[in-house]
Design a protein around this ligand. Structure first.
Ligand code: IMP
Length: 192
């Protein structure tokens, strides 16, 4: 089954760009964990003096940002920040390029960065450093996935959905050469 056909269910494997990926985190597993993250964030910000603003990092975090926000039981805002992705590659170039600035005024705001995945950590480090310069009242980060074995920089992430193996993953917003973002589940490169 190719990536386009796999959108309505989560088959055990898909082929993307000629490579096979196997089901790694199914829809139910993802949505249950996202619900738990939303509950935790809602509890942490319930008594905050102003609603937090979520900054979704495009393109990869668009689906996670949408689903996470729907689980929140507190007032909140959203804006987006766009950085470059891997392009056609499966390994991080290590170069972070800004493609769209954040439009919202973040000074004095409670800011929560929403990422799809923290791999080397370079993107998250860059984002947190840029936002810190804007003098937010507080700054936290949430990521759906993290690859601890790939870390190149030390970056603290407050809310982590899943720590995963150090292999390339696709689906649920994550792409391989811009394809596979529409998959409802996360698939991992099948090296077998
Ligand atoms: P980092 O800067 O190396 O931490 O990588 C961050 C960005 O690279 C993420 O926001 C993703 O867009 C992309 N990325 C990292 N790992 C993967 C992966 O396994 N699959 C697809 N994209 C990835």
């Amino acid at each position: 089954m190719d990536a386009a056909q796999a959108t309505l269910s989560a088959p055990p494997s898909v082929v993307c760009q000629g490579e096979r990926f196997r089901l790694y985190l199914d829809e139910t597993t993802l949505q249950e964990r996202i619900g738990a993250l939303g509950d935790q964030i809602s509890a942490d910000y319930r008594d905050s003096e102003s609603p937090p603003i979520f900054i979704g990092v495009l393109n990869g975090a668009f689906m996670f940002t949408a689903d996470l926000m729907r689980t929140l039981s507190i007032d909140c805002e959203v804006d987006f920040y766009k950085l470059s992705s891997y392009g056609e590659a499966k390994v991080s170039s290590g170069v972070v390029t800004e493609l769209k600035h954040i439009d919202a005024e973040l000074q004095g705001r409670h800011v929560i960065v929403v990422e799809d995945i923290v791999d080397t950590g370079l993107s998250m480090r860059y984002i947190l450093d840029r936002i810190e310069e804007l003098n937010p009242a507080s700054l936290k980060a949430v990521t759906l996935l993290r690859k601890p074995a790939a870390a190149k920089v030390d970056v603290e992430v407050d809310y982590v959905g899943f720590d995963i193996d150090n292999l390339f993953v696709i689906g649920y917003g994550l792409d391989y050469g811009q394809l596979a973002r529409n998959l409802r589940a996360i698939y991992i490169l099948d090296e077998g």
